[in-house]
Write a protein that binds this ligand. Sequence first.
Ligand SMILES: Cc1ncc(COP(=O)(O)O)c(C=O)c1O
Length: 401
Amino acid sequence: MSLPSPWRTDFPALAALEAEGQTYLDSAATSQKPQAVLDALLGYYVSGAANVHRAQHLPGERATRAFEATRSKVAQWLNAASPAQILFTRGTTEAINLLAYGLETQFHPGEQIVVSALEHHANLLPWQQLAQRRGLELLILPLSADGSIDLDQAAQLIGPRCRLLAVSQLSNVLGRWQPLPELLALAKARGALTLVDGAQGAVHGRHDVPALGCDFYVFSSHKLYGPDGVGVLYGRDEALQRLQHWQFGGEMVQVADYHGATFRPAPLGFEAGTPAIAAVIGLGAALDYLASLDPAAIAGHEAALHAKLLAGLAARDGIRLLGEPQVALASFSVEGVHSADLAHLLSEQGIAVRAGHHCAMPLLKSLGLSGAIRVSLGLYNDSSDLERFFSALDQALELLR
Ligand SMILES: Cc1ncc(COP(=O)(O)O)c(C=O)c1O
C-alpha cells in the first residue's frame, strides 16, 4: 500500500535530497525544515538583523518582539504557566549542563542522582561529572525487555537519599515512551527534583508538561523541524529559583561594578550573551507550522509507516530489533554483520540512516552490541522511502553474508 506524505512538499530539502539520490531516514538525529522556517530565518536577516533586549532602535525592537514571541509560543506549546518559565539554550545538551551546574550546591556528599540505563550521553555525563565533583552516588535504573524503565526496580532504587531523578521521555535507541507519571511520583515522594529529557519525545505529539509534573523539561529545536543552535529549558517557578547562575556576561546582569554584580532571575539571567536570535525566531515558525497541522493525521501517517518498517524488518532473517519501539523509529542489528559495514553499504546506495552507538554507549553495551542501525522517520517520509531502504538493505545483506 502506498503511503504518501501530504506534508512532503512543505520541506524543500526532501526534493533536493531526492534529486541527489538520497533517502533521508535519520530524523531522530535531526529533522529537515519546512519552508515556513526557512522563510523566518531569511526574513530576520533580510529585514535587518539586530541584537535583542538592548537596542532602542526599530530593528532591535522588532527582533526583540519576534524573539520574545517565540518564548510565548513555546510556553503555549508546552502549556507552561508563563513565558518566564522558558529559557533558551543551545540545545538539550546545554540545557542539561546548565542544570548540572545550576543545581550543584543543592547536592551534598552521599546523596543520590538517579538516571536510567537508556539515557543519551547528554543526560548521563553531566550527572556523572556532577556526582564526581560533589561526592554523590549515581544510580542507574534497569530496563524491562520491551525497552522501558522497570518500575518495580525503580521503586526499590529511588530511596530517601535520591535528590534528583533525570530520565528520558522517549529513548533515542529503543523508541519507547517511558512510564513518566509513575517514575516522577516515586521521585516526588522522596522530595527529589525531576528532569525529563524531551529531546526525542517533544516532536511526537504535544505534551502538557505541567501536567506531567516534572520540575524541568528540555528539548532541542532541530529535532522539532526547527533550526539548530537553540533548545529549551522549561522549569517550574520554584525549581528555577533553586538554580544558581552559570554563565556570566552581557544581559544576564542587574548591576555590576568592578568588584561584584547582581544577576537577573530566569529567564534572562540564564541567557548570557547574544542568543541565537534567528534560530529562536525560526523555532517560533516551526511551532506555528506544527500547530497548523492535524496531529491525528501526523500520528496516523507515522504509525502506518512504522508498521511497514517493522513488518519489513521482521520479514528478513537474522535481524534483531532492539526493544519494542512505539514511535516511527527502529534500531536493529544483523547477526554476523557489523553495523558500520552495513551502514557503509546503505550509504553507498543513498540511504541515510544512523549507525553506531547512538550516543548511548552504556545501553548498547548492555545489549551486547558495539553498534546498531537506526531508521527514524519524520512526517515528510513516505512509503517509497521505505521501499528504497529495504531494496538497499537486501542488496547490502546479500553482499555481506
Ligand atoms: C534522548 C536525547 N537526549 C539528548 C539529546 C541531545 O540533543 P542535542 O544534541 O540536540 O543537544 C539527544 C540527541 O540525539 C537525544 O536523542
